[in-house]
Design a protein around this ligand. Structure first.
Ligand SMILES: NC(=O)c1ccc[n+]([C@@H]2O[C@H](COP(=O)([O-])OP(=O)(O)OC[C@H]3O[C@@H](n4cnc5c(N)ncnc54)[C@H](OP(=O)(O)O)[C@@H]3O)[C@@H](O)[C@H]2O)c1
Length: 422
C-alpha cells in the first residue's frame, strides 16, 4: 500500500495543485460568473487542457502557464514565470475516474477484524475543508469504542480522529492553509486513510522542528492531558493526584503535566515495566492495581486524607474505589472507560463521601474555539520543544495492519503512542 503512486495525467485535465503561483478567486472568475475552467478538485486553480497528445488549438490553457513534460507525464509547470508544482505522487485527475486511495473501513461493529482495508476514490474537500495527505495516523482508545459500537456511529465509516501530514489540496476560501503546509489534526473522523478532508478549523500547523510522527503522536493525547490537568481540575502544588493507567498514551503525558504543574502524583499500572515508565514520567509513588488494593494504598500514602483528584480512564473496574480515594470536596475525573462503561452514580453518595465532584469530560468540549485549539496545541508544542514533556512513540504499524494495532492497544501492551503509517 505504502508508496502507491498517483503520478501523471490520466484524466482530461491537469490541475495545478501547489506552489507559489496562487490564483485569486477574482482571477478565476470572469464578470462575476464562475469560470468553467476552474478546477473541480482544488476549486480555484485554472486548468490546462487536454494532455499534449490530445491537445488541439482550442485547448484552454491558463494564461502564462507552460507545462514541462517530464518522463512522459506532466509533473511541474511554469506559470507567470514561477515554478508551480504538482507533487509527483499526487497529480490530481479530473473527470472520469478519480484518483484512488487506501482506507480502513468499518462496515459492521465488532472486533478488530472489522477493520478492513479498501480502495476508494480520493474525496474532494468541501467548502471550509482541505485535503490532507496523512503521513502518520494516531491510534486512540476511542477508535476501539467506535469500532466495537460502544460509541455508535452510522455505518460504514472510516475510523480514526488524528493524523499529521501535508496539505495536498487547499481551499480558496481558506487561504491561511496552502498546498505543502505541514499540519496535524485531532477530533476529525476518517484519519485511517491516505487522505482525509479536514475542516480548516481543526488544523494545527506543525512547527518546523516537528515531524509527522511526533505531530500524530502528541496532539490528541497531549491536548487531553493539557485540559485534564489545567482546566478540568487545575492542579496546583498543594494537590495530590491519582492517575490510573499512568504508563499509557494519555496517562504518561498526564503524569508529566501534573508534575510540571507542581502536583504530587500517585500512579497505578499493571506491570513492572510500566511502573518504571510512570516513575520516569514523574510519579512519586506507583501502585500495581491488579495485585494491590489501590484504595488502601492511597489512604496509606496520604496519611488517610485522600487525594484532591483522581484521573480515571479505566472506568468500570476502578471508578468506585476511585471515588473512595478522594479527600472532601475532591474531584473524580472520569475521562475514559478502557475496562468498560461506568454505571449511573447516585448523587447522594457524593454527599456522603465528602461533597465530591464527578465529571465526565471529553476533549471536544475543551476545544470550543480556534483560540482554545491554538492555546492548547501551542502550549503543548512549546513544552515538547523545551523538553518539559516527552512524547514516546511505542509502536508503528502499516495502515493495513490497523487490526493488529487495535489488538495491541486492547491487550494493554501500549507504553506510549501507537501510530499507523499509510
Ligand atoms: N475524554 C477524552 O477526551 C479522552 C481523550 C483521549 C483518551 N481518552 C481515554 O483515555 C484512556 C487512555 O487512552 P489511550 O489511547 O492513551 O490508551 P492507553 O492508556 O495507552 O491504553 C489503555 C490502558 O488502560 C489500562 N487498562 C486497564 N484496564 C484495561 C482493560 N480492561 N482493557 C484495556 N486497557 C485497560 C491499561 O494500562 P495498565 O496495563 O497499566 O492497566 C492500558 O494500557 C482511554 O480510556 C480513552 O478513552 C479520553
Amino acid at each position: 500500500m505504502a508508496g502507491k503512486s498517483f503520478s501523471g495525467i490520466e484524466g482530461n485535465h491537469l490541475s495545478i495543485i501547489g506552489g507559489s503561483g496562487r490564483t485569486s478567486q477574482a482571477e478565476g472568475k470572469k464578470g462575476g460568473k464562475k469560470d468553467s475552467r476552474l478546477c473541480m478538485f482544488c476549486r480555484n486553480r485554472p486548468l490546462i487542457g487536454p494532455s499534449p497528445e490530445k491537445r488541439t488549438s482550442s485547448s484552454k490553457v491558463c494564461p502564462g502557464a507552460r507545462p514541462l513534460f517530464l518522463g512522459g507525464k506532466y509533473k511541474i509547470m511554469i506559470r507567470f514565470g514561477e515554478l508551480v508544482y504538482a507533487p509527483l505522487e499526487r497529480t490530481a485527475r479530473h473527470g472520469g475516474k478519480g484518483t484512488e486511495m487506501n482506507i480502513i473501513q468499518v462496515s459492521g461493529t465488532g472486533g478488530p477484524e472489522q477493520l478492513l482495508c479498501k480502495e476508494i476514490v480520493t474525496p474532494e474537500p468541501k467548502a471550509g475543508e482541505v485535503l490532507v495527505r496523512n503521513e502518520a495516523v494516531g491510534v486512540n482508545f476511542i477508535d476501539i469504542y467506535h469500532r466495537s459500537g460502544i460509541y455508535p456511529l452510522a455505518l460504514p465509516f472510516i475510523p480514526g480522529l488524528e493524523a499529521a501530514g501535508t496539505v495536498a489540496v487547499a481551499n480558496s476560501l481558506s487561504p491561511e492553509f496552502q498546498v505543502g503546509d505541514r499540519v496535524c489534526y485531532a477530533m476529525t473522523m476518517g484519519a485511517y486513510a491516505q487522505y482525509t478532508c479536514v475542516p480548516v478549523g481543526n488544523l494545527v500547523r506543525m512547527p518546523a522542528w516537528m515531524d509527522s510522527r511526533l505531530g500524530a503522536a502528541s496532539l490528541l493525547q497531549g491536548m487531553t492531558a493539557h485540559f485534564l490537568s489545567g482546566s478540568t481540575y487545575p492542579l496546583q502544588e498543594k494537590d495530590t493526584a491519582l492517575v490510573h493507567a499512568a504508563a499509557g498514551g494519555v496517562g504518561r503525558l498526564l503524569v508529566q503535566m501534573a508534575r510540571a504543574r507542581g502536583a504530587r502524583v500517585i500512579a497505578t499500572v499493571s506491570s513492572l515495566e510500566k511502573a518504571n515508565l510512570a516513575r520516569e514520567a514523574g510519579a512519586s509513588e506507583v501502585i500495581f492495581y491488579e495485585e494491590q488494593d489501590f484504595l488502601a494504598q492511597v489512604r496509606y500514602l496520604t496519611g488517610g486524607k485522600g487525594v484532591q483528584v483522581v484521573y480515571d480512564s479505566v472506568g468500570r473496574n476502578t471508578w468506585q474505589k476511585s471515588l473512595e480515594c478522594l479527600a472532601p470536596r475532591g474531584m473524580l475525573v472520569l475521562y475514559g472507560q478502557s475496562s468498560g462503561l461506568v454505571p449511573p452514580i447516585d448523587p447522594q453518595e457524593l454527599a456522603q463521601r465528602g461533597s465530591l465532584f464527578v465529571t465526565r469530560p471529553t476533549l471536544r468540549h475543551y476545544l470550543l474555539s480556534r483560540e482554545e485549539l491554538d492555546h492548547r496545541s501551542g502550549e503543548l508544542f512549546q513544552w515538547i520543544r523545551e523538553g518539559k514533556i516527552q512524547v514516546k512513540i511505542d509502536k508503528t504499524f502499516p495502515l493495513e495492519q490497523a487490526p493488529d494495532a487495535h489488538r495491541y492497544l486492547q491487550a494493554r501492551k501500549t507504553m506510549g503512542k501507537v501510530l499507523l503509517l499509510p
